[in-house]
Ligand binder design. Structure first.
Ligand code: IVH
Length: 690
């Protein structure tokens, strides 16, 4: 028996040693990709799993622990090209609590209480709770109040001097307000806001340059640009969360008071922080921030809890590379690995064929995901996905789930590359791709039931003809049963025909007929938008209506005449011209007119000649206005010649803020923009307040 168990132990020990060696290799490889090359190949959660498995093996078999194990040191290396900076106070990391439930906060509080030898009945420990920003750590050294050096974390002991690049970050003061201490080192996170990230990617696309994967890597890449001029083109932000070396400054006694002081010095400190009592306070903060996470203008991957008293922090001290007084409490991951079971094709309103990934259902970002868009064939090829692969799925907030990439590894068997079908899976018409274009399209047009359905839904949409009650299910029924085959056909529907449909009560049928009747009186812009001409969004439809003033003039316009409309370029002009060159499309317009549709043809001419006080101005709407709906405000601004944009930037002229305005208002204040309330907007438009 004894001999047996000894053999057992040595077998498990050999296996553990082999597994530990394997894990160390993998962790080092992924850490190199993550920290040094800013090109991670694994979601953070997967990396954490490898790390924790190694920690567990080392805890069970201390004899296997090696000094160079990734668990024993801070990974990262100084890149060539920057001057190394030795940190006066090492930049450490914080332990991550992987239990994302409330119990995660409790076990941290338990550890703190145990270390402080607090009796069970002793009052709760006071904590500072703040966000865990997803960017890169930075040490800002101020001497006599002047920014003299900025350094990355590097391996924690030695970082890189990135002062020139950091000086391009407008939010970071070059001189502290009212601080003249010999040395104050401020630690915090450099990050990129989501709207800045999206705008950057739009600029990259427009310039035919490669787009960036996520804000964190883009921020890290920007900081490591050897050319500060290039770094300056990537808009970065900063939040302070701690201190490094301090000389000649009486540091306030708590973490929260210290952050207040940093804020008073002019440093950006995130407003979403709180001082709380005990584990219950931590849990409440974690739970309150969870649902707000996706509405924040920047990415976070959890909450950081810190013992608030700096004296208690000193008493608690550090274990190897992590302070005992702080912990990161994560949220459920927004990225997960799962198997790609197949690829389906969806046909959209304009006939676009979209490859959709069929996934082994996986819980990510708070829901179970089994489909994710692959956008188009080129995107799919770029990501190198094949059926059977383990893929990384991302779902953040309300954003549609996406495939980020493939987990590198060996494919079990040869899998042929995906090909677009040559015939539409819905109507069997030929599939074509325009020369130089990226999208494949069904050429069936309104002959294709999928396109017909989407075209009707678009026509009935809120910003088009606004036919209430004409939704997905009804359109499916109408098209599948062959009851309606074209847009004008909608207006031939009567109560009897509708009421004969499955699950349709007489009352609902009457409501739809009424809604159809009501929709007949519309505007030229809505009508034009509703036709679903490719490239014609709402704004272009409004511009066209304003410029031409009548549908007949638009139908007969040459490409040259169309090009005279503001913001209409060759692609858009071509698209409109082609649409109305086709007899069947003109026929649809005639039949809709015959069905009794009318629109205010004079609207365009009127708006075109009326006063346009907001011409050339860009406005951003945020929050709820007291009387105007968002759509109404947008319409008024546009009629006055202004544009409404979704994000605040230096180019924004006015921000119109109502009740519960959020981050856009903060950003406007940060940038010193003019903020208007509803009354001020109306005054600007020269309208009497409602
Ligand atoms: S405090 C000694 N606070 O997380 C404690 N870190 O693993 C030092 N981070 O490298 C860190 N938000 O880049 C702290 N509110 C926050 C943070 C934060 C993000 C990052 C930081 C650090 C890593 C710790």
């Amino acid at each position: 028996m004894v001999a047996m168990s000894q053999t057992d132990t040595s077998i498990t020990q050999t296996a553990a040693a082999a597994r530990a060696a394997e894990l160390r290799e993998q962790i080092k490889h992924h850490a190199q990709l993550y920290y040094v090359q800013d090109a991670p190949a694994l979601p953070d959660a997967e990396y954490d799993k490898l790390y924790q498995e190694l920690q567990a093996i080392e805890a069970a078999h201390p004899e296997l622990l090696t000094p160079d194990s990734p668990t024993q040191r801070v990974i990262g290396r100084v890149l060539d090209g920057f001057t190394p900076v030795r940190h006066a106070v090492p930049m450490l990391s914080i332990r991550t609590e992987t239990d994302t439930e409330a119990s995660g906060a409790r076990s941290f509080d338990d550890r703190v209480r145990r270390e402080l030898k607090l009796a069970a009945e002793a009052p709760p420990v006071e904590y500072a709770a703040e966000l865990k920003f997803d960017g890169l750590a930075m040490n800002l050294r101020y001497e006599q109040g002047l920014l003299v050096q900025a350094a990355t974390r590097g391996d924690g002991e030695t970082g890189e001097d990135v002062t020139q690049n950091v000086k391009t970050i407008a939010l970071i003061p070059k001189r502290l307000k009212g601080a003249t201490a010999a040395v104050i080192e401020v630690r915090g996170e450099v990050y990129m806001r989501r709207d800045d990230f999206e705008a950057l990617n739009e600029r990259q696309l427009a310039a035919n340059e490669k787009t960036f994967v996520n804000p964190r890597n883009t921020a890290a890449g920007a900081i490591r640009q050897l050319d500060p001029a290039l770094a300056a083109q990537r808009p970065l932000s900063f939040f302070a969360y701690g201190l490094g070396e301090v000389q000649g400054w009486d540091v306030p006694p708590t973490h929260s008071a210290m952050l207040d002081a940093l804020q008073a010095f002019g440093l950006p400190v995130c407003a979403d922080r709180a001082v709380v009592q005990g584990a219950e306070g931590l849990i409440a903060f974690h739970q309150a921030m969870g649902p707000r996470r996706d509405q924040l203008p920047f990415d976070i991957d959890g909450i950081v809890y810190k013992v608030n008293s700096l004296a208690l922090q000193r008493q608690l001290g550090f274990v190897t590379r992590e302070p005992r007084w702080a912990v990161a409490h994560k949220y459920p991951a927004q990225e997960q690995v799962t198997r790609l079971n197949g690829i389906d094709i969806q046909v959209g309103r304009t006939g676009k064929l979209t490859p959709v990934a069929k996934l082994e259902p996986v819980f990510v970002g708070g829901t179970t995901v089994s489909n994710a868009t692959l956008h188009n064939l080129f995107e799919l090829r770029r990501k190198r996905v094949r059926v059977g692969d383990q893929v990384i799925v991302r779902r953040a907030g309300d954003v549609i789930p996406e495939i980020v990439g493939v987990v590198p590894g060996v494919r079990e068997a040869y899998v042929p590359n995906f090909r677009m079908p040559r015939a539409c899976p819905i109507c069997a018409s030929a599939v074509a791709r325009e020369r130089g274009g990226i999208d494949h399209r069904c050429t069936g047009g309104l002959f294709c039931p999928a396109q017909r359905k989407q075209a009707m839904l678009h026509f009935a949409g809120r910003r088009a003809l606004d036919i209430e009650g004409l939704g997905d299910k009804l359109v499916d029924q109408l098209v599948d049963a062959g009851i309606v085959t074209s847009l004008p056909g909608l207006y031939k529907l009567g109560v009897a025909k509708l009421a004969a449909l499955d699950r349709m009560a007489e009352k609902s049928a009457q409501n739809i007929v009424d809604a159809l009747e009501k929709s007949k009186k519309t505007t030229l812009a809505r009508f034009l938008f509703g036709l679903g001409i490719r490239q014609i969004g709402e704004a272009t439809a409004k511009d066209l209506a304003r410029h031409f003033g009548s549908i007949d003039r638009i139908m007969d316009a040459s490409v040259e005449q169309l090009l005279e409309v503001r913001d209409v370029g060759p692609i858009v002009a071509q698209s409109i011209h082609q649409f109305f060159q086709q007899a069947h499309n003109r026929e649809v317009v005639e039949q809709l007119r015959a069905a009794g549709l009318t629109w205010d043809e004079g609207e365009g001419a009127l708006a075109g000649t009326g006063p346009r006080p907001l011409l050339g101005k860009t406005l951003v709407l945020t929050g709820t206005l007291p009387s105007l709906s968002r759509d109404a405000a947008k319409d008024m601004i546009e009629a006055a010649g202004g544009k409404v944009s979704g994000s605040v930037s230096k180019k924004t002229h006015y921000v119109v803020a109502g009740e519960e305005a959020g981050s856009k208002l903060d950003k406007a204040r940060e940038l010193g923009l003019v903020v208007l309330d509803e009354a001020a907007l109306l005054a600007l438009l020269d309208q009497p307040p409602a």
